[in-house]
Ligand binder design. Structure first.
Ligand code: TXA
Ligand code: MG
Length: 351
């Protein structure tokens, strides 16, 4: 397939590009577009054949449902059976933005989109290009992250091109995604609502709307028979860089010492080592390929850079990656959730 690629620069949005993207989506094609979380791979959510193309292009497991994106709050009404009060409050407060709400679906949503579940995840993104494309398509847009299944989600257009060129009709880019980790997924099919995936809207922010909102404990643990995450997608190995990733967790000073010791051993074995450091710790490492993931003082920078740092280590072709760890509060919960999954839960606790 011939993939058309366009990059939008600055604040002026080229309406011709939006029109063409809308037309492709309406006609059952695939369009990659930016959102405030990560780039999305979109298709008409109500067209089962279009949705099947998403699964094929990504190599996505069939049992993993897609999030349906809308451009106006009213567009949710025909897609879900009911909107409980708490869901209404959450939508009013956090839409448009990085939050997906799961509700019982109507028959309008095909089984292909919901992977056979009787619920559907709906999100109204805040990114202007995303909103314009969805509005132009005049249909709800199913859009998973625009990466090949298993790889880190793309926060930069070039990564979408790397993964999906030749597999989609159109790739539209702009600057890097703002938030950097995917939306918070919150299940409102029963009360109290349960967070199935931590994201840009934090547990603390959600609790301000309803203090009973809680988190599916299974998502921070290694999936097992006893601990099955409720979101089908959370059980898969995800966000994996090419090299194995190991997280070192504990007191920061001891972590740095441990990482330096491990790096020396790997180098003695002729291995190329990548280190995920922070602005505050960068100069504490003298060996290996060191990249700062952001500032501990401003954790949203860490979320913003996370997936791109993993892909940079792919480019550097290191043999192993060692990472510092972060406190699991605020956006830190989403950061550690993604990092643990990237590492396949390979964590060394020190103290
Ligand atoms: O920020 C985002 O949400 C991005 C951008 C493109 O909007 N999209 C995204 O989609 O992350 P995807 O497909 O990569 O992740 C969707 C997650 C999966 O873990 C999936 O299992 C879960 O949401 N999910 C979707 N529908 C669900 C449902 N009805 N019940 C439970 N989990 C659901
Ligand atoms: Mg994804």
């Amino acid at each position: 397939m011939n993939t058309k690629i366009a990059k939008l620069q600055g604040k002026d949005i080229d309406e011709e590009i939006i029109e063409e993207a809308g037309k492709i989506l309406k006609n059952g094609g695939l369009v990659v577009f930016p959102t405030e979380t990560v780039y999305g791979l979109g298709a008409n959510a109500l067209d089962e054949n279009a949705v099947k193309k998403i699964f094929k292009a990504k190599g996505r497991p069939q049992d993993n449902p897609l999030i349906v994106h809308i451009s106006d709050i009213e567009e949710i009404k025909p897609l879900v059976k009911e909107i409980p009060d708490v869901a209404k409050k959450l939508m009013d407060k956090f839409w448009p933005g990085p939050m997906t709400i799961i509700l019982p679906k109507t028959d309008l949503i095909p089984d292909e989109t919901s992977a056979g579940l009787n619920s559907v995840g709906i999100r109204m993104p805040s990114n202007l290009i995303a909103k314009k494309i969805i509005a132009e398509a005049k249909c709800p847009i199913a859009a998973p992250s625009a990466n090949l299944s298993g790889k880190p989600s793309p926060t930069d257009m070039d990564r979408c091109v790397e993964d999906l060129k030749g597999k989609v009709n159109y790739i539209i880019g702009e600057s890097q995604s703002d938030v950097g980790v995917e939306s918070t997924v919150i299940d409102c099919t029963s009360y109290p609502p349960c967070i199935l995936r931590p994201g840009g809207i934090t547990l603390e922010m959600l609790k301000e709307v309803d203090s009973k909102i809680y988190i599916d404990e299974a998502i921070m643990k290694k999936p097992s028979e006893d601990f099955k995450p409720k979101a089908p997608g959370m059980k898969y190995r995800h966000y994996a860089p090419k090299a194995p990733l190991k997280i070192i967790s504990g007191d920061l000073k001891k972590t740095i010492a441990k990482i330096n010791e491990m790096v020396q051993n790997y180098i003695d074995d002729n291995k190329r080592v990548g280190i995920i450091a922070t602005d505050e710790t960068l100069d504490r490492y003298s060996l290996g390929e060191v990249i700062s993931i952001g500032s501990r003082e401003n954790t949203s920078t860490i979320a913003h850079n996370l997936f791109e740092v993993l892909r940079e280590f792919d480019d550097k072709e290191v043999d192993i990656i060692l990472s510092e760890s972060f406190e699991e509060k605020g956006i830190g919960l989403a950061i550690m959730n993604r990092l643990k999954k990237s590492a396949g839960f390979n964590i060394m606790y020190i103290d």
